[in-house]
Design a binder for this molecule. Sequence first.
Ligand SMILES: Cc1cc2nc3c(=O)[nH]c(=O)nc-3n(C[C@H](O)[C@H](O)[C@H](O)COP(=O)(O)O)c2cc1C
Length: 246
Amino acid sequence: MREELKLAWGVTGSGTFLFETYQIMLGIKQKYGVKVTTFVSEAGLEILRMYGLRDKIKKISPGLYYEELVSRETDGASGVFSGRFNLRKYKVFAVSPVTANSVAKMVNGVADTCVTNAFAQALKGKVPVIVLPVDSKLGETEITLPCIIKREKCLNCKECTALTNCPVEAIESTKEGPKINLLKCIGCEKCVSACPFQAVACWEKAKIETREVDVENVNKLRKMKGVVVVEEPTRLLTKINEILET
Ligand SMILES: Cc1cc2nc3c(=O)[nH]c(=O)nc-3n(C[C@H](O)[C@H](O)[C@H](O)COP(=O)(O)O)c2cc1C
């Protein structure tokens, strides 16, 4: 009997390329009917929630066998799910988006999160690995911001409608005006439409300068046997398609 197609995915705590990654995961799942196990770092779990994807990711990994959302809570410190890589149960391990922090760990053999441990075990089990790091080129990188209060537009109203409309009480009142507690925010965007002064914005773009050390680490990653590094989400999709179609 032909074994079912199974894919492992690693998500780290990056807002950059997160929405693109989610769309690719969804597309692949629909196209191939493949089972996807999603490995998420602790920061990855926070970022998924902040960017409104914590529940949506269940469309990809609803919790069934080989469709689990694996995090520190379920994987433990030792990585109990990673044995699947040693047994070569997955056709490919896609890791996207990958923070500078996780890349640094990967190239130095550190395996202390759900994702970096899965990466180490995938290489040991000769499971092909495709990685989309967020800081791969020198110069400016565009990042996607979470929900923020735009101070220049906020009138610090007596009754802040953004605050009262937040379903999870993530907006707190302070002397300086309302403040979003990102660890509570679920990225639902209700605050955006609730504020009549457009003082709340989600997913705005900003530019940051990439650090040399992060680019050097990505270059080291490129040299690792069994790892393919891609720089754009579209390349990630092409590579996964190639692997799944062989
Ligand atoms: C809103 C938000 C967005 C972030 N986006 C990025 C990012 O694009 N790239 C990055 O390297 N780190 C980003 N971080 C920082 C990482 O989450 C942080 O370095 C974390 O320790 C990474 O842990 P991990 O590599 O185990 O997931 C972001 C943090 C926050 C709060």
